[in-house]
Design a protein around this ligand. Structure first.
Ligand code: FAD
Length: 284
């Protein structure tokens, strides 16, 4: 199928993009890498009458350290994250996750902000942003607002972004020297969306983990944190008994939802498999 006809504009500045978005109302749609949007247009799942291409907006670009945070612009591509020395140093979880997103050709175009704004529960970046306690920097008609990742992802493909707002960047606390991380996803083939995945970080001292964050993705309508499992592990000397309790807690607390090929029971099982592997890796 082909997309319905639409107008196309390419603003050079954030203010211009925001004005165009406000003027366009419900008929306007932002386009970044187009790696998700173009497919939905071609399938006529969405028929905006004007596309606002934000790829020339300088305010949305770049990776930098600002104070005690790593700032990733919304237009930063998956490839830029994968190849960035700053990301490797300050948010190594993201470097580990990037190669799991589709294939390099898609990663060259797809963007950090596009993935977060789209809010796909099977995507890697929403889960990582939750695990890393990211803050979303959003601009709209009334200026800038900031919201934590935990309040940003509301439901299936639904975030707290209003139609007249643009996600500008994300701020991520810099990784601490005692922080360890684990990223793994179970997929049928490399590059496919995960059947289930886990993005985890913790602070480690000997065999004790603290400030744990375990986020599962592709198991529910949003990425979901296993808070009961985190509480069980925090501050405990990790042994087989604690791991077994945490695995059981995660399976109990997450209400897994089936997708077209995998049952909720299979996903619940995989949550435990991932957490057991993750905990053993984190403490090794
Ligand atoms: P677009 O497609 O341009 O936009 C997506 C949505 O976000 C649109 O609604 C747009 O209006 C909105 N938007 C974009 N930028 C902003 C912004 N700054 N502020 C507000 N709204 C904005 N993703 C994964 O995570 N894992 C995968 O395994 C994976 N596999 C894929 C396989 C294939 C074959 C393809 C084609 C895509 C795959 N993707 C996967 C999706 C890919 O990662 C996209 O890059 C990602 O969804 C974001 O798309 P984009 O940056 O191209 O945004």
């Amino acid at each position: 199928m082909k997309a319905a006809a639409f107008d196309y504009v390419k603003p050079k500045a954030l203010n211009e993009a925001l004005s165009l978005l406000e003027q366009g109302g419900d008929d306007a749609r932002l386009i970044a890498g187009g790696q998700t949007l173009l497919a939905t247009l071609n399938m006529r799942l969405s028929e905006p009458s004007i596309l606002i291409d934000i790829t020339d907006v300088a305010e949305l670009k770049g990776i930098s350290v600002v104070g005690d945070a790593l700032r990733i612009g919304a237009l930063v591509t998956h490839t830029e994250i994968e190849d960035s020395d700053l990301v490797a140093k300050h948010a190594p979880l993201l470097k580990a996750a990037a190669p799991h997103i589709a294939h390099r050709a898609i990663r060259n175009l797809g963007t950090w902000g596009g993935s977060l704004a789209y809010g796909d529960p099977a995507a890697e970046w929403p889960a990582c942003s939750l695990t890393l306690q990211a803050t979303m920097v959003i601009h709209g008609p009334s200026g800038e607002r900031k919201i934590s990742a935990k309040d940003f992802f509301i439901d299936l493909y639904t975030t707290s972004l209003e139609p007249d707002e643009i996600l500008v960047a994300t701020e991520i606390p810099l990784a601490k020297s005692n922080q360890v991380f684990y990223f793994h996803e179970l997929a049928r083939r490399h590059g496919d969306y995960a059947v289930a995945g886990l993005a985890a970080v913790a602070e480690k001292q000997g065999n004790v983990l603290s400030n744990c964050a375990f986020t599962f993705f592709s198991v529910s309508s949003t990425p979901v944190m296993a808070t009961a499992a985190q509480d069980l592990v925090n501050g405990q000397a990790l042994n087989d008994q604690v791991i077994a309790k945490a695995v059981e807690a995660a399976r109990q607390e997450i209400d897994a939802i089936a997708d077209i090929t995998n049952s909720a029971e299979a996903k619940t099982h995989l949550i435990g498999v991932l957490l057991e592997r993750g905990l053993k890796h984190l403490v090794a």
